[in-house]
Design a protein around this ligand. Structure first.
Ligand SMILES: [Zn+2]
Length: 220
């Protein structure tokens, strides 16, 4: 077990408090985790995220066995562990944020409506409803998030992953902002999505600015 597990637990508690301050979670609805090695620090079940302290963060192994902490982990532990098992994510955030839930009621995916959505892997899928905490829900989220960093669960909420807690939080906020834009536009007319060519051109520009050459040139 890493020596800095208390630091890990505190960083998860701090991320939970930030979600509360930013209005992305309502009361006990939502959970946060981060992974270091084979240790996962995860918020406890029934926790009011805005009030999280280090005592509210439980340590579990990748097998789900609790190694430290007085509280039972979130009922969505299987979802968090499944994402870590299937990807190189190092943090996962789940919320019941309002725009993500609202969007899940009217569409099966969030098409790329803004170029910033590239950070989430482009189109964000909406996975079918399954009761919270079930293996069925965890499996569908893990399958859908494979090449993405965000997924929406129908009639439930959002899941975002990242290479650290800051990026998982940032992806959560980005997803909520994008869902709000989609819903706002959809109240007027069917929103247009960016084309594959437009997204590819944007990626080229990102690479050109970072490396001084375009991705399309680098691939030749
Ligand atoms: Zn939930």
């Amino acid at each position: 077990m890493p020596a800095d597990v208390d630091e890990l637990r505190e960083s998860v508690a701090e991320a939970a408090r930030k979600l509360g301050r930013r209005g992305l979670v309502l009361g006990t609805a939502g959970n946060v985790s981060a992974r270091v090695g084979d240790v996962v620090a995860v918020t406890a079940t029934g926790l009011v995220l805005a009030d999280a302290t280090i005592e509210d963060v439980t340590l579990v192994g990748m097998d789900g066995v609790v190694s430290a902490g007085a509280h039972e982990p979130t009922s969505e532990l299987g979802l968090h562990l499944g994402i870590y098992e299937a990807s190189d994510a190092r943090a996962v955030v789940h919320t019941h944020s309002s725009a993500a839930v609202a969007l899940s009621l009217v569409t099966d995916e969030l098409p790329p409506v803004h170029y910033a959505q590239l950070a989430l892997g482009g189109t964000v899928p909406v996975v079918p409803f399954a009761p919270f905490g079930t293996g069925e829900l965890a499996r569908s989220v893990v399958a859908a998030i494979a090449s993405k960093s965000a997924v929406i669960m129908a009639h439930h909420g959002s899941v975002a992953s990242g290479h650290d807690l800051a990026s998982a939080l940032s992806n959560t906020e980005l997803l909520e902002w994008l869902c709000g834009i989609y819903l706002s536009a959809a109240s007027v007319a069917r929103p247009r999505a960016l084309t594959d060519a437009q997204l590819a051109a944007t990626l080229d520009e990102v690479v050109r600015r970072a490396y001084g050459t375009a991705a399309s040139v680098r691939r030749d």
